[in-house]
Design a protein around this ligand. Sequence first.
Ligand code: TUI
Length: 315
Amino acid sequence: MFENNRLCKLLGIKYPIFQGGMAWIGTSELASAVSNAGGLGIIGAGHMPPDLLRIEIKKTKNWTQKPFGVNIMLMSPFVKEVMQVVLEEKVPVVTTGAGNPGEYIPALKKIGSKVIPVVASVALAKRLVRTGVDAVIAEGLESGGHIGEITTMSLVPQIVDAIDVPVIAAGGIGDARGVLAAFSLGASGVQMGTRFVLSNECIAHENYKKMVLKARDRSTVVTGRATGHPVRVLTNRLTRKFQELEKAKVDVSELEKLGAGKLNLATHKGDVENGSVMIGQISGMLNEIKPVKSIIADIIAEVQPALENIKNNCK
Ligand code: TUI
């Protein structure tokens, strides 16, 4: 299965499964493992300074011969320098998030990178296709971290209908059922972040992984709507503080101050009460840490039985 998949052919990968390029935890360890397992591993540049990103890219190149990507977070203070590193290192696939990458697309296309932005609206998808992007990732609000306003279920088919390049569905996908749901909506591939957080290769602190394992369906909440940068995270002391301040209608700068540096506090220092535990809604369904190779192999093995299930449910 997937031998003739449009996205696999475009990128030279075996399975149409992307690993979301998560800030701080989408490292070379995780990205190379996903690429070696037949998916597309993606280094999350987040707020990473350019010299560190170069090291991560070099490590990934050492550990895999397969295509890999870098996700550039467009709100990063280092966005221009990080883009320069990606150009110099001729990264095969560049995904972007949290903004409009339009101005960077010509340079990336010139060096032969495949450019695949994350979009959260039909309008941006259409605009970016006109600038020559190779595919788009349609990310629904079920995702962890910085999110848009539309669910995956509603966003993916509307984007599929509006553009001709392959669409990768993201947000709320964690197993073969989710993969088939995405394909039903017209997607040619999927991107998963949360599922890969619960892998042996993900370097997130064990407290972070434990909290994700314990998560239930209603454990995540969206904070920061007032700042214009809504973020999905697990409920904890930090989110309660955030909600209190939001209710009191404090200045946006106060809220921004409270959010600063909190992701690293959770992912690396393991303070999951005062830190920001970004994770998707699908975390409620996941209860096992596995090697990346098993995550991907198990999903692929489940596709056929899940298809049979669909047929049975339709009878
Ligand atoms: O980028 C993400 N998810 C992220 S980035 C991140 S790091 C961070 N740290 C602290 C605060 C905020 C972020 C954590 N999670 N996902 C991709 C994504 N992009 N989701 C939504 C969007 C998006 C939103 C608006 C893409 C484009 C867009 O367009 C704006 C425009 O100009 O039209």
